[in-house]
Design a protein around this ligand. Structure first.
Ligand code: CS2
Length: 474
């Protein structure tokens, strides 16, 4: 793919990019990857890596939206092309990404099944959000969740199309089995610990509840690859669209803005092949856990802490919250706890990783909104705060800095005007209770084992109100 970049600070590196396939070096690559979750992050990450692979000409992506068709409609008007704005402290660079060759409405389940069952399709990637896997706090598929129940009914009766991403994927995998198109890899790119296993449990759980033979086929033919994905990608704004127009001289209705930093670590098999993503810097490892934990705890953990603490203290973006000493201290203390429990040795380069995070979070030109990060906290805290808290307590320490992240979430859940969470109703009910009972009920929504420990309930209860306006002394 031809990538031409412009430095908006003045110097032009190459000619201006164009949203025009005829000007790109390659014609449309054939669809060999199907993606679920067409959003900004997918475009700045997997689509970018695929466009930079050394065999990019062979790998096109059909990318399906989640709940609404809008992103696919807008992208389809541009033949799938979009501008990636890399926003550094020092300026912007612009590049056209051409790997998405078929932007599609997620509701078009027949097209999804057609593409997943095509023999050329080798990889299915997923960015469907942490909450979409519908695993309960016990780590198993929540077969009582209302959307799981209704998808299973639709699958069983054959009377309509499933509406959840996992239901749609299972439907499409059944079509691949019928077509005899052979094995393929499902690559989970959501921020979950052991995300390949999570995807496996969700997919096989749903398949087994529908059709035992399909579940056996999935077990024998689908490889679930675990990955750690990283690139800060805030939501695109109208100002971003105007910036692209001003710098590039064309109208792109779907640009995506991201930090220059990007990282992808993968572990698992690709039985039908894969793009040579390593040419773009992707790393393939045998043991992903240390990388996963480093990213989930240090980056995502700090993000969640800043999201709740920062908003309680009146901040809007990550960079603003980080500039507040009270929030920064909380992050550093949480990082100390996380670091003490990260195994992986010197290879993980934790001091350099922490320093780089401070610089990445401090990039004030990336307006990364805390409200966006604050969403789905009950699921996110399970990955970001709970493992560190439990590890600290297992070592005989208090885990106070991890507990503070949960306390901030609890305070935020009661104070927020908009509270977006798969358990929002349960959270609202728990918030009607008082004192310790309330804290215990809220903790139980995050992790029942944590809620069962009276000492943790007391610890969290004692930390409530830390980030209230004017509470600077803690
Ligand atoms: C963030 C992530 O919204 C969130 O929960 O923590 O989207 C984060 O920006 C990415 O994982 C960065 O790679």
């Amino acid at each position: 793919m031809s990538i031409e970049q412009t430095d908006v600070t003045g110097k032009t590196a190459g000619s201006l990019p164009q949203l025009d396939r005829t000007l790109n070096v390659f014609a449309k690559p054939p669809v060999r990857i199907v993606h679920l979750g067409l959003g900004a992050f997918h475009r700045s990450h997997q689509a970018w890596y695929t466009s930079q692979a050394s065999d990019a000409a062979e790998w096109g992506i059909a990318s399906f939206t989640g709940r609404r068709p809008d992103a696919a409609l807008a992208l389809a008007e541009q033949d799938g092309l979009f501008t990636l704005v890399e926003r550094a402290d020092s300026g912007d660079t612009f590049a056209v990404v051409g790997s998405i060759v078929e932007p599609a409405d997620g509701a078009d389940v027949q097209r999804l099944a057609e593409l997943v069952s095509a023999p050329a399709t080798a990889v299915v990637t997923l960015t469907v959000t942490e909450a979409a896997y519908r695993l309960g706090a016990d780590g198993q598929l929540d077969t009582a969740a209302s959307d799981v129940v209704s998808d299973l009914a639709l699958l069983a009766s054959g009377s309509g199309n499933p509406s959840t991403p996992l239901g749609r994927l299972v439907f499409a995998l059944a079509a691949r089995r019928t077509a005899g198109a052979g094995p393929l890899a499902v690559v989970c790119c959501d921020n979950l610990a052991d995300n390949g296993m999570v995807a496996r449990k969700a997919v096989t759980g749903l398949a087994a509840a529908w059709d035992a033979e399909l579940a056996a086929w999935v077990a024998a033919n689908v490889s679930f690859v675990s990955t750690s994905v990283d690139r800060i990608t805030p939501r695109t704004t109208d100002a971003d669209i105007a910036a692209v127009e001003a710098a590039c001289g064309y109208r792109d209705n779907s640009p995506v803005v991201a930090e220059p930093f990007t990282n992808w670590v993968l572990s698992g098999d690709f039985p039908a092949g894969r793009p040579r993503w390593e040419a773009a810097g992707a790393v393939f490892v045998d043991h992903i856990e240390p990388y996963e934990n480093r990213k989930l705890w240090l980056l995502n953990g700090a993000h969640s802490l800043l999201a709740y603490a920062g908003q309680l203290r009146g901040h809007t973006t990550v960079a603003q919250a980080l500039a507040d000493p009270q929030c920064l201290n909380a992050v550093e203390s949480f990082w100390d706890e996380a670091e003490a429990n990260l195994s992986g040795g010197a290879d993980l380069q934790i001091p350099a990783y922490r320093a780089a995070l401070l610089a990445r979070f401090g990039n004030a030109r990336i307006a990364h909104h805390l409200a966006q990060i604050a969403m789905d906290g009950s699921t996110k805290l399970r990955m970001r705060a709970v493992p560190v808290l439990l590890a600290e307590r297992a070592q005989g320490r208090s885990g106070a800095a991890s507990a503070l992240m949960i306390a901030a979430w609890i305070d935020f859940s009661a104070a927020a005007e908009t509270f977006h969470d798969p358990l929002a109703i349960e959270v609202a009910d728990a918030n009607k209770l008082g004192g310790t009972e309330r804290v215990q009920a809220l903790l139980a929504l995050v992790d029942p084992a944590v809620a069962a420990e009276d000492a943790v309930v007391e610890l969290v209860a004692g930390l409530l109100g830390t980030f209230a306006a004017g509470a600077d002394s803690r």
